[in-house]
Design a protein around this ligand. Structure first.
Ligand code: ATP
Ligand code: MG
Length: 223
C-alpha cells in the first residue's frame, strides 16, 4: 500500500501516520521530521532549510524532493509507505508521480484530512516536545505530570519555533496558497478519501481504517 496523508498543519497527519504505519506495517515518511533531523545535524540541507522552517514557509523543492525520492526507492519502502507532509505543492506532486512511474508503482490512496481552524490552532499551540527522547505532549490534551518536564526522561520540554502563534498563521496561509490545490489534483485521479479530523485520535484512526477497508474491498471486487 502506498498512501499520502494530506492536510493542513496540525491536523494530526503525523500522529495518525505513526499509528497506521504500525498497524499496517508500512514505512512512515515524514518530510518535516526528515528536515528537522537535517537541521539538528547541521547538514548542508539542514542549514539551508532552517530559516524557512522557523518562519513557517515551505523549503525550496530542491532541498526536499531528492531526500523523499531516495526514501521511496529504498528497501524499507518495499513493503509500502505513508507519506506525511509530502507533496506540499503541485511541482512536488509531479516529481512524486515520475519517481513512482520509473519503478512502475502507483499511489493507492490520498487521505485528505480536514479540521476547523480553531481545532488546528488549539492543537498546534499546545504542542510540546522532548528533544532528548522525542516524546510528544499537549498542554491541554496530554500534559506531562510536572509542568514542562518530560515524564519519561526528566528533560525540559520545548515548543517548535514554527508552533508560535504568529507562525501558525503563516503556515495556514502557505497551506491555502500552495498545498490545498493538491486535493483537486488527487480527486481528479480518483484516489482521494476525505477524513474529518475534528474528533479524537481514536475516532480519526477508525475513520482511516474504514477508508482502507473500503479500498481493499474495491480491489477484491476488481479481481
Ligand atoms: P504538523 O507537523 O503540525 O502536522 P506541518 O505539516 O506544517 O505541521 P511538518 O510537516 O513537520 O509540519 O513541516 C514543518 C516544516 O517543514 C514546514 O512548515 C516546511 O517549512 C518544511 N517542510 C516539510 N515538508 C515540506 C515539503 N514537502 N516541502 C517544503 N517544505 C516542507
Ligand atoms: Mg507533522
Amino acid at each position: 500500500m502506498r498512501l499520502i496523508f494530506h492536510g493542513p498543519p496540525g491536523v494530526g497527519k503525523g500522529t495518525q501516520a505513526g499509528r497506521i504505519s504500525l498497524a499496517e506495517n508500512l514505512s512512515h515518511i515524514s518530510s518535516g521530521d526528515l528536515l528537522r533531523t537535517a537541521v539538528d545535524a547541521k547538514t548542508e540541507i539542514g542549514l539551508k532549510a532552517k530559516e524557512y522552517i522557523e518562519n513557517g514557509l515551505l523549503v525550496p523543492d530542491e532541498l526536499i524532493v531528492n531526500i523523499v525520492a531516495d526514501k521511496i526507492n529504498s528497501a524499507e519502502c518495499d513493503k509500502g509507505f505513508i507519506l506525511d507532509g509530502f507533496p506540499r505543492n503541485l511541482s512536488q506532486a509531479r516529481v512524486l508521480d515520475s519517481t513512482l512511474e520509473k519503478v512502475e508503482r502507483k499511489l493507492d490512496r490520498v487521505f485528505s484530512f480536514t479540521a476547523s481552524e480553531e481545532v488546528i490552532i488549539t492543537r498546534i499551540s499546545g504542542r510540546r516536545l522532548c528533544k532528548s527522547c522525542g516524546a510528544h505532549y499537549h498542554e491541554i490534551f496530554s500534559p506531562p505530570l510536572k509542568e514542562n518536564v518530560c515524564d519519561k526522561c526528566d528533560a525540559k520540554l520545548f515548543q517548535r519555533k514554527d508552533d508560535y502563534p504568529e507562525t501558525i498563521k503563516v503556515r495556514l496561509k502557505v497551506y491555502k496558497e500552495q498545498t490545498e490545490a493538491l486535493i483537486d489534483y488527487y480527486n481528479k485521479k480518483g484516489i482521494l478519501i476525505e477524513v474529518d479530523c475534528n474528533g479524537d485520535k481514536k475516532e480519526i484512526q477508525e475513520n482511516i481504517l474504514t477508508g482502507l477497508r473500503s479500498m481493499s474491498e474495491e480491489k477484491r471486487d476488481l479481481e
